[in-house]
Design a protein around this ligand. Sequence first.
Ligand code: SF4
Length: 281
Amino acid sequence: TDFKSDKQPTWCPGCGDFGTMNGMMKALAETGNDPDNTFVVAGIGCSGKIGTYMHSYAIHGVHGRALPVGAGVKMANPDLEVMVAGGDGDGYSIGAGHFVHAVRRNVDMSYVVMDNRIYGLTKGQASPTSREDFETSTTPEGPQQPPVNPLALALASGATFIAQSFSSDALRHQEIVQKAIEHDGFGFVNVFSPCVTFNDVDTYDYFRDSLVDLQETDYDPTDREAAKEKVLDADKEYMGVLYQDEESQSYEQTHGLDSDMSDIDHDGAPEDAMDLVREFY
Ligand code: SF4
C-alpha cells in the first residue's frame, strides 16, 4: 500500500507485528487517508519500530508516553489522522497511567497495542499481560500475580470504543482497526500479535484455537452491561468490537477544537495562538 516505507523491518521472521502493521496500513488506506495526513506515534519496544516501517509522518514517544504525544499532535492539528502504536509492556506497565487518562479524555485518534504478553526487545521478561504461571528468565516460577486486563481497564476508565483483534486474521484485523479509525473519539484495539521468539505459550495456534469472533454471535457491542460481562470473562478470549458508544463525542467536539482553522482570523503568531487557546478553554 501507499503506507509501506522502503525500510525493511528487523522484526524476527514470523513475528505477529508484520500482520498487525499490514492491517493498520490497509485500514488507513481504506478509510481514505494518505501518508500526507497521517501521523503515527510509536512507543518503545519491538512494536515501537513501526513508525520507521510506515510511510507517514511518525515520531517515537518516550517509553510509555506515546499517548500524550499523540494527543498533543491531534490538538495541534485536528485535521491529521493520528494513530498511536505500542506494545503491552509499553502501554500497560510504564504507560498505564497515560492509558487511563487517554481513554477518558476521548481524543479522536486510534491506539493499536501489539499484545504479545512478553517483553520481546529486551529478550523475554514477563510483561503486564503475561500469564500468572508464565516462566521467564526473570520469573522462573511465573510472575505469580494476575495479568492486567486491558479491556476491563479501558471499560472502567470510560472508553467509548474497545476492540480486540488477531494479527494473523488479516481481514478481520483490518476491519476492526478501520472501525477504530472511524470512531468519533479514542479507538482502542488490543491486538494479539505473537512473539515467536520468546513466548511459546501465547502462540498463533493458541489464538487460532481459542479466539471467539463476536461477529459470529448475536453480540451487541453497544450494550455496556453485556460488554462488562465479556471483558471480565476469564474463560474465553474474544475478537471483535467489545464496546462502542455510538453517541461518542470526541474531546475536540466537546471542546470546540474541531473548528475549521481557515475560518478563524489568525496568522500563526504566538499571541494569536494564545488568544485561540483562551477562547477554547
Ligand atoms: Fe517480534 Fe518477539 Fe522478535 Fe520482538 S522478539 S521482533 S516481538 S518475535
